[in-house]
Design a protein around this ligand. Structure first.
Ligand SMILES: Cc1cc2nc3c(=O)[nH]c(=O)nc-3n(C[C@H](O)[C@H](O)[C@H](O)COP(=O)(O)O)c2cc1C
Length: 326
């Protein structure tokens, strides 16, 4: 897929997830075949106030593969200024993504995230301002189907975004009101795809390579984006790539590969943020690696008690012991 001068490799993109998609997580997914990865969302307003933590969320010393940063905000001017400040701070990125999907009240109460879906012309104005600040860098938008149903605003939002220079849209097939609960609506995603000429990625509830192929067929989209199911399972990307290319599925990962990935991820998190900041996040990352293993309850408990990096080695020993015991 071509975005301006940028060629996106085949396969699924890795969705942005605040609290999860830090640099170590993104690197892991990119190394396992994600088409591109996206930062956690950062506040444009906080960046214009000089907030270093927001810049740190976006900064990546050694991005692996194509990398998009994601900003949220509701003022075109502030969003554009944030882009310039991010550049000045030396953050490198290949694409610039605008969050029009976050349902969290602390984001929507300020008019940002999915609250933007109630005002399609404002969505267009934000894309126009960000595009002017971004220059040749492709601007993308991550959105939901609307604020609530049954009439979706996503088609109008998509037209506004495309008309003002967005290069790609990723559409999570739920409204803000639905949060994460009911099944996604592939017909809603298809309606967005049919409303615009630019590439559209379908997103939501893809857990297997077969799910990815089915959602592509149902929506007519140009590609897919995967979030939660890839946590603890970066091999999903190779599986989706193979399925989309009509190739045989790659062999499933061994237990040693799974535990090796977990250890590497937590080690890099500790290197990046320090153990104190990294370990609470490492607990939730580690839980995802325990899926399907014997002794799930005991392993989840062990994950919730990770405090130091060496606890990860103890957790991995427990994993092996419980699998041997059957
Ligand atoms: C914990 C969590 C954090 C998320 N943070 C973001 C975010 O920062 N920006 C964004 O656009 N979407 C965010 N999302 C939404 C995901 O990118 C994705 O659209 C959603 O999880 C549906 O895809 P999935 O079923 O493949 O996970 C988040 C989702 C979760 C579960």
């Amino acid at each position: 897929m071509q975005l301006g001068t940028l060629m996106l490799p085949p396969g699924a993109a890795f969705a942005p997830m605040a609290g999860f998609t830090d640099a170590p997580c993104r690197h892991l997914m990119a190394d396992h075949g994600a088409a591109y990865t996206v930062s956690e969302m950062a506040s444009a307003k906080a960046i214009t106030f000089g907030d270093k933590k927001s810049i740190a969320l976006l900064k990546d010393k050694a991005p692996h593969g194509l990398y998009a940063i994601q900003l949220f905000g509701d003022e075109p001017e502030t969003m554009a200024r944030a882009v310039a400040l991010v550049r000045q701070a030396g953050v490198g990125f290949d694409m610039l993504d605008i969050n029009m999907g976050c349902p969290a009240p602390k984001i929507t109460s300020s008019g940002a995230g999915s609250a933007l879906l109630r005002d399609p012309p404002l969505c267009g104005a934000i894309v126009r301002a960000v595009k002017a600040a971004a220059g040749d860098t492709p601007v993308t938008v991550k959105m939901r189907l609307g604020w609530d149903g049954p009439a979706y605003t996503a088609m109008e939002v998509a037209k506004q975004c495309a008309g003002n220079g967005a290069a790609l849209l990723a559409v999570h097939g739920r409204t803000r009101e639905q949060m994460y609960i009911p099944p996604i609506d592939p017909a809603g995603i298809r309606a967005v795809k049919e409303a615009v000429e630019i590439p559209v990625l379908a997103n939501g509830d893809i857990r297997t390579p077969a799910d990815a192929c089915a959602l592509l067929a149902e929506t007519g989209c140009d590609g897919v984006m995967v979030g939660r199911a890839a946590l603890g399972d970066p091999w999903l990307f190779a599986g989706i790539r193979a399925a989309l290319a009509g190739e045989a599925p790659p062999p499933p990962p061994t237990l040693a590969q799974r535990m090796g990935a977990l250890r590497r991820q937590v080690y890099e998190m500790c290197e990046l943020k320090g153990e104190w900041a990294a370990m609470p996040q490492a607990r939730s990352q580690a839980m995802h690696y325990m899926a399907g293993l014997n002794g799930a309850a005991a392993l989840r408990r062990a994950c919730s008690m990770l405090e130091h990096f060496e606890d990860v080695d103890r957790l991995i020993e427990t994993v092996y012991r419980l699998q041997r015991e059957g």
